[in-house]
Design a protein. Structure first.
Length: 318
């Protein structure tokens, strides 16, 4: 199988629970995972931007690292792979500060940062940390303003902006991002009224968290209509999806492999051999989706990440 379009493969790390890891060895396992992804041919490593573990992964008291501290450390332990969040909640940080943090990551990594952002959803951690958690309409309005500020901080020397929720006045962002125009902006979510419109207005990459192919294709048509309204070429935006695949060497391994996935997440995952997975991803590529995200629940070991590397080579035609 050979793809004729540029593809992006990401390894997402929502899970920071590593059975058998020694005390103080959690981050060593994170580094091991990122370096294995780099060797296997992945393009991107992402971490969640949460402060409590989410229910689909584990108990809220399970360990989870602050995203940008972890990414900065990973930047010093990797050399090629891009680094970002999937995704930062707009309510967690002032957007100018966030732009500064991602710029710093871009400098440390020598131009490998990705700016992932969304409208936030986890009310429990907002309540626990004392963050405001406004209604979804306000969060979407905040996201629109935040994206305007972030782009200004990345692209302009002394940007100013006055919004309802955020403002900057001739803000300084020095040193400048290494990447011309700043890190690419990834917007997570597929809400058809607001999120896809903001993706058309501001985003370079859209990430949609699963769904069947026919529904994804329908959402893509909605996105294209938003692009038309915004005067944007939809082909300028890379559309990525969660792969939802648990790779196995043989079909006989599928049941035991699925048993290792948290019960709340199991219905979102399909076990597949590498040839079966290549066929499935090929159908998505034919439908116009060019990026695929795996996670470290489905790829928990370096051996499983190497198996994903075989899939990446096949899909890319290597």
């Amino acid at each position: 199988m050979r793809s004729t379009v540029p593809l992006m493969f990401g390894l997402h790390m929502p899970n920071f629970t590593f059975p058998g890891a020694p005390a103080g060895g959690l981050f060593d396992r994170v580094v091991e995972t990122a370096q294995a992804a780099e060797r296997a041919g992945f393009d991107l490593v992402t971490v969640m931007d949460h402060f409590y573990q989410i229910g689909m992964v584990g108990a809220e008291t399970d360990p989870i690292l602050e995203a940008y501290t972890a990414l900065g450390a990973l930047a010093a332990r990797t050399s090629r792979i891009r680094l970002g969040t999937l995704v930062t909640g707009v309510t967690y940080r002032n957007p100018a500060l966030l732009a500064k943090m991602v710029t710093t990551l871009d400098v440390i990594s020598k131009g490998r940062a990705l700016m992932g952002i969304g409208a936030a959803w986890n009310d429990a951690e907002h309540r626990g940390y004392g963050f405001e958690f406004p209604p979804v309409r306000e969060r979407m309005d905040r996201l629109d303003e935040a994206l305007t500020i972030i782009k200004g901080m990345f692209r302009e020397e002394r940007p100013s902006f006055q919004g309802r929720y955020y403002r900057i006045e001739r803000a300084v962002n020095s040193p400048r991002p290494v990447q011309p125009g700043g890190p690419k902006i990834l917007i997570g979510g597929a809400g058809e009224k607001r999120t896809l419109r903001l993706l058309a207005r501001h985003g370079d990459i859209g990430h949609w968290f699963g769904g069947n192919l026919e529904d994804l294709k329908r959402k893509k048509e909605v996105f294209k209509r938003h692009c038309e309204a915004e005067g944007r070429d939809p082909s300028a935006v890379l559309l990525t999806v969660s792969a939802g695949l648990l790779l196995v060497k043989n079909e006989s391994d599928a049941a035991s492999a699925l048993a290792g996935i948290p019960a709340a997440r199991r219905r979102m995952v399909a076990a597949a051999t590498v040839p079966q997975a290549a066929e499935l991803l090929g159908r998505h590529i034919d439908a116009g989706f060019s990026g695929f995200t795996f996670d470290n629940l489905a790829l928990p070991t370096t051996d499983s990440i190497e198996l994903a590397g075989e899939l990446i080579k096949i899909v890319r035609g290597g």
